[in-house]
Ligand binder design. Structure first.
Ligand SMILES: [Fe+2]
Ligand SMILES: [Fe+2]
Length: 137
């Protein structure tokens, strides 16, 4: 799955990071499709995991700055996302032939994460329009 502009939530800095996450997912998908050995796949998975942690920390800092009322719930969903990545990693390690596992993760990411990010984005763009940044993309 590729980044689609319909995934954009309207906060420029965050949209750039979400795009970057798709790049990492694509690298994993390609690696799985090529039947790369585990150590190569693991390299791409590590990049995704580390980038995801960075992204979630940025979001959590943003939600604190703007005093987002549902911050705790949102941070809870971030913790589940990290769990999901760990599960994906374990499954790919066991049988690195599962393209559909990556697809499943992408699907989950799009449905759950981008959807709940959209909720805080609506709050931020309304209450703190200066933080949303003029999207030039
Ligand atoms: Fe989020
Ligand atoms: Fe996000």
């Amino acid at each position: 799955m590729k980044w689609d502009n319909s995934f954009a939530i309207g906060i420029d800095a965050i949209d750039k990071q979400h795009k970057q996450i798709f790049e990492h997912l694509l690298a994993i998908e390609n690696s799985v499709a090529k039947r790369d050995p585990w150590h190569i796949l693991h390299f791409f998975l590590t990049q995704l995991t580390e980038y995801m942690k960075f992204h979630l920390a940025v979001e959590e800092a943003l939600l604190e700055i703007v005093r987002y009322p549902d911050r705790d719930t949102h941070c809870g969903s971030h913790a589940r996302l990290i769990d999901q990545i760990t599960t994906l990693e374990d499954q790919l390690k066991g049988k690195p032939s599962g393209e559909n596992l990556v697809g499943f993760f992408e699907d989950w990411f799009v449905r759950h994460v981008l959807a709940s990010d959209r909720d805080y984005a609506a709050y931020v763009t309304k209450e703190f329009p200066e933080l949303s940044g003029a999207s030039a993309t």
